[in-house]
Write a protein that binds this ligand. Structure first.
Ligand code: ADP
Ligand code: MG
Length: 329
């Protein structure tokens, strides 16, 4: 379990991470989603003690990273910037890591096998492709057989086969009961991988929710209708108590999964339909809307309009912007 409490990081004037509180739980994949510059990598570096928080706290099974005995056996990480000692082989790179962390050398072969690098284990890493480099980084993360794993944008720049492989690996690790914390700036990627979702924008927490809940709340179902008998259909829908939106000259939209009801209603009124199509708003749209609001939020000096400065309780997650009215207030 990884627990963040009021975690904050400033670089001079810049607040990279702003009062983040959330918990990453075992047995599931927690997706850490936010646009570039949102503060994901900074947060992950603070988890590993590579960056010191300006205020707040982050604990790994109740301890700070530097209090962990043999930290690689608690938490393994693939961070964004990789510094390969290019002249070394994959095997030697992992062997050094194992030896300096009290991990048996036999483990090196095991992780090389897990990530599929056995055949190139003796090759110098400077000839490695991006995908091979990611695999080697993941081998390092797995070396201590840790209960917690953290991956910072692991699929960036990978080909579809590599992406598929990493996704399945993370699912397997979570199914083994481990804590898996993975960042991405792509909603579509998170939707395919994560069971739980933490969204940040401008360093602030915007959502902390199960993926299923996020999908249910944000992928609105509606029905798009086109008809040459617009006025008759509008009357019929109104008569049936169905609310209609008129987004374009031709198309009508009604909320809900009610294509069948609309079709039958049109038939009863002998109205011709040219289109009757069930639709779902995309999660990508929901994410963009969510984080666009965080930009606006930032523009109001970090306080919602009307809220007095200092009103927010320390350690308390900020109000979730969707579904609330303050942005328009
Ligand atoms: P993400 O990983 O979500 O893309 P980062 O954590 O890398 O975001 O960065 C968050 C913000 O903090 C960005 O605006 C970035 O420019 C800034 N930042 C990150 N590291 C430093 C640093 N060492 N010095 C100054 N600013 C930094
Ligand atoms: Mg990053």
């Amino acid at each position: 379990m990884i627990e963040l409490e009021g975690l904050t990081k400033r670089y001079g004037e810049k607040v990279a991470v702003n009062n983040l509180s959330f918990t990453v739980r075992p047995g599931i994949i927690t997706g850490f989603l936010g646009p570039n510059g949102a503060g994901k990598s900074t947060t992950m570096r603070m988890v590993l003690g590579l960056d010191r928080p300006t205020s707040g706290d982050v604990r790994i099974d109740g301890k700070h990273y530097d209090q962990l005995k043999d930290p690689l056996t608690y938490i393994g990480a693939l961070l964004e910037a990789k510094a390969w000692h290019g002249g070394r082989s994959a095997y030697n790179h992992l062997l050094c890591l194992a030896q300096s962390n009290g991990i048996p050398a036999s483990r090196v072969r095991e992780v090389l096998d897990t990530v599929g690098l056995t055949a190139v284990a003796r090759k110098k890493t400077k000839g490695f492709s991006l995908g091979m480099g990611q695999r080697l980084g993941i081998a390092g993360a797995l070396l201590g057989d840790p209960r917690m794993l953290m991956f910072d944008e692991p699929v960036n720049g990978l080909d579809p086969e590599g992406i598929h492989w990493i996704r399945n690996l993370m699912k397997t690790l979570a199914a083994q009961g481990r804590t898996v914390f993975v960042s991405s700036h792509l909603m579509s990627e998170m939707a395919l991988t994560a069971d739980h979702l933490v969204v940040i924008g401008q360093g602030r927490l915007l959502a902390d929710t199960s993926m299923a809940e996020f999908i249910a709340e944000n992928s609105r179902s509606y029905v798009r209708i086109r008809t040459p008998q617009r006025e008759q259909l509008l009357d019929a829908l109104q008569g049936a108590g169905i609310k209609v939106a008129e987004p374009g000259a031709e198309a009508l939209e009604v909320d809900g999964d009610i294509a069948q009801a609309v079709g039958e209603l049109a038939a009863r009124h002998q109205i011709v339909l040219h289109e009757l199509s069930p639709q779902r708003a995309s999660l990508e749209e929901a994410f963009m809307q969510l984080t666009a609001e965080s930009v606006e939020y930032h523009a109001h000096d970090g306080q919602p309009p009307g809220a007095a400065p200092g009103q927010q309780q320390p350690g308390q997650p900020p109000q979730q912007p969707w579904g609330s009215d303050w942005k328009r207030g």
